[in-house]
Structure formats: structure tokens, C-alpha cells
Design a protein around this ligand. Structure first.
Ligand SMILES: [Ca+2]
Length: 149
């Protein structure tokens, strides 16, 4: 690896790569696995959104860092997220039972599909605050339990 690095730096037109390579060498990606419990119906999908920063959490899904859709195959699901840089994140997910990609709600606006958040945050009269759902990724692997309600 270092030999390749030195070789690249010796080529003037590739000097621009230096910073990119340094970042790649220094970056410590970690993998977060979500263990999702409380799935009452084996149907539909888990729709997971990972946020970095509170600006769009939790409903600005189009601005999430990334989204994952996982078919529901059992009452407890373990989903590994793609490797991420160490840092601060929050996860919001819901069980899209009918597969229409939106959280179904009753006439009062109360969700009829189960929702879950990282760090045990819960929706009470509305979505939880980012501060309640945030967690630090600072290890190679992290297992996060999320119960759907
Ligand atoms: Ca739905």
C-alpha cells in the first residue's frame, strides 16, 4: 500500500491525489447493524433512513444521507448499513406493510404503520428530537437495537 502511495506521489500529474489517498488511509469506517424488533406482520418492507445532522431528521427523507429498503422476512430483522465514517448519526425507520413507501396514517394523522428510531427515541405527540435519536459511531462495528412501536 505504501509503495503504491509513494509511486503515485512521484508522478507530478497525480499529486492531486495525495489528499484523497491520505483521507482514505486515515478514515476509519465502521459498520452499524440494526437489530429491529417488534415486527408484528411478516410482510412489506423496512424502510430505513440514515441522517447526519438534525436539519432534515426525521421526515426529510429525500435529504437523508442514504436510504435502505429491506424486505421483511421475520419478526426480528438484522440489517447491516454500508460502512460509514466515524461520526454522529441518527436512524429513522418504519415498517411499510403495504409497500407504498409512505407511513400510513389514520384519520387523526396517527401512524398505523410501526416506526422506530435509533438510541431508543420514540414518537410521542410527534417525531422525536434529533438529540434523542443521535448516536456516535466510533468503533468498527456497532449493534443498534431498534424496537418498532
Ligand atoms: Ca405504507
Amino acid at each position: 500500500m505504501l509503495q503504491v502511495y509513494s509511486f503515485l506521489l512521484a508522478m507530478p500529474f497525480l499529486r492531486g491525489l495525495k489528499l484523497v489517498l491520505l483521507i482514505a488511509l486515515l478514515m476509519n469506517p465502521g459498520v452499524v447493524s440494526l437489530r429491529v424488533t417488534g415486527i408484528d406482520h411478516i410482510q412489506g418492507f423496512l424502510r430505513i433512513a440514515v441522517f447526519q445532522g438534525e436539519e432534515f431528521f426525521p421526515e426529510g427523507i429525500e435529504n437523508a444521507l442514504f436510504k435502505i429498503t429491506e424486505p421483511v422476512t421475520s419478526g426480528t430483522m438484522t440489517v447491516a448499513l454500508p460502512p460509514m465514517e466515524y461520526g454522529e448519526y441518527a436512524v429513522a425507520l418504519f415498517h411499510d406493510r403495504d409497500g407504498d413507501a409512505v407511513v400510513d396514517r389514520n384519520i387523526l394523522g396517527i401512524p398505523t404503520e410501526e416506526i422506530g428510531f435509533s438510541s431508543g427515541a420514540r414518537a410521542v405527540t410527534g417525531p422525536p428530537d434529533y438529540e434523542d435519536a443521535v448516536f456516535q459511531l466510533e468503533t468498527e462495528t456497532l449493534l443498534m437495537f431498534i424496537e418498532l412501536h
